[in-house]
Write a protein that binds this ligand. Sequence first.
Ligand code: GLC
Length: 481
Amino acid sequence: MHIINTMKILFAASEALPFVSTGGLADVIGSLPAALAKDGHDVRVALPLYSAIDDKYRRQMTFVCAIRVKLSWRNQYCGIFRLEQNGVTWYFIDNEYYFKRLSLYGNYDDGERYAFFSKAVLDILPYVDFRPDIIHTNDWQTALVPVYLKQMYANIDSYRMIKSVHTIHNIEYQGIYDFGILDDVFSLSPSQAPIVEYKGSVNLTKGAIVCCDRLTTVSPNYAKQILTEEYSSGLHYILAMYEYKLSGILNGIDVGYYDPASSPALAAKYTADDLSGKAECKKMLQRELSLPESPDVPMFAMISRLASHKGFDLVTAILERFLASDDVQFVVLGRGEIQYERFFERMAAQFPGKMRVIIDFNKDLANRIYSASDIFLMPSRSEPCGLSQMIASRFGSVPIVRETGGLYDSIKPYIAGTGEGNGFTFAAYNADDMLYVMRQAESLYRDEPEAFSALVKKVMGVDFSWGASAAKYIRLYSETL
Ligand code: GLC
C-alpha cells in the first residue's frame, strides 16, 4: 500500500484541551493532532469559540476574517480566529449567539448550534486557504460534517476529493432530534431523510455512519461490542450494514502532560526508578484531605464522572462492607448523579479515618490523587476506551478494571508467580467479583510489598503514548485516499 508522506488533516470537534473540556474527547483532541503533526503532517483543528475559553488563549489568537454561513433560511455571522500550538493550527469559529452559553451541551438548541458549527467547518476552508485530504470528525456534534460533505459539497471541485473519517467516542450520545426540524434546522430535504432518519427521529450519528468514508471507535474491543445489542444503544442494525467501514484504534494519552517526573501539580516528582517522591505525594494528599498520614495503608482512588455506566452501582453495593472490615483509605473525585454524590458523602461521614469524597472536576487535584494513590478502581459497565486507567498507570497507581471496551484492551490481569499483566481485572459485572480483586490487590500490597512495588514500576513503564495509535490513523487515512 502506498502511504502518502505528508497529509493534510482537518479535525473537527466540540471540545479540546487545554481550551475547553468536559471529558475524554477533549484529551484526545488535545493530543492526537499534535502527535500527527510531529510526524510531519499538516494538521489543523476546528473548534467553537465558546465563551468558556480563557482570555489567556484569546490573546494568542489572530482574527482571520468573518464570513456568513448559510443553513436552511439562516444566514449567520461566522468569525474565524487562528492560533498555533505544538505544530497544530487551530481555527476557532466565533458566533456569540451560539457559543456564548453557560454550558457546552444541554441547551435546547444544541442541534442547531452544532449544525451551524459543522457547516462552518466546511465553509471556512477557502477563506483559510486549506484543502484537506481528510476531515476527521468526532461524536454527534460534528457528525453532520460528513453528511454535508457528501450531500451539499460533492459537486464543488475543491471539496470533491476530501475524504472523511468519523470517530465514535461514546455511542450512548447520538444526537437525536425531532424529525420535524430536518429541513428547517439541518437543511436536509425529504429525499435526504433516509440518510439521517432512524426510528422516526433525526439521528446525527447514523448520518455520519452512512456518509463517512471510514468509521472508527476508540478501542478494538469496543468496535466489536457496538455491533451487539447490549452495547450499541440501538445502532447495531445500522452498524452491521456498515461494518466494512468500522475499525477500533486505542486512544493514547499525552505522556508529556501526565508525567510524574515533571507535572507541576505534584508535591514531589518521581520516576519508576525512584519512588520516594510518590510516597511524599501520598503523605501530602493525606494531609490535604485530613486523612491519617499512614504510609503503609493502601490508598484506593476513583476519579470519574459519577455516572452509572462507570460502574458505581457495584461500588455502592460493597463499599460499606469493605470500609468496615479492611484497613484501607478510599478517595473519590468526581461529580454527577446525585444519588452517588450523596452515597459517597454518607460513607465519608461514617468512615472519617478512611474515606474522602471531593465533588468536583479538577485536573490538578486529579493528578495529585493519581500520584498519591496505590490502587485505581475503574469498574465500568461500558467503556469505549477509558483514559484514566492509562493516566493512573503512568503515575504508578495500579488499575483495577472490569474487562470491557478499551479497559480490556489496555489492562491485562496480574498473574502471581509469573508477574505477568499490568493491573487487576474482573469479567462479570458483579460487585463480589470486584471486591474479590480489590482484596487481591490489597493483599499483594500488604503481604508482598516487593512484588507490589515491582508491579507499580511495571505499570509506569507501559507505553500509553500516541505513537503506535497515531501510526494506525495515518495508515487508515492513507487507505481512504
Ligand atoms: C469518551 C469515552 C471514553 C473515551 C473518551 C475518549 O469519553 O467514554 O471511554 O476514552 O471518550 O475517546
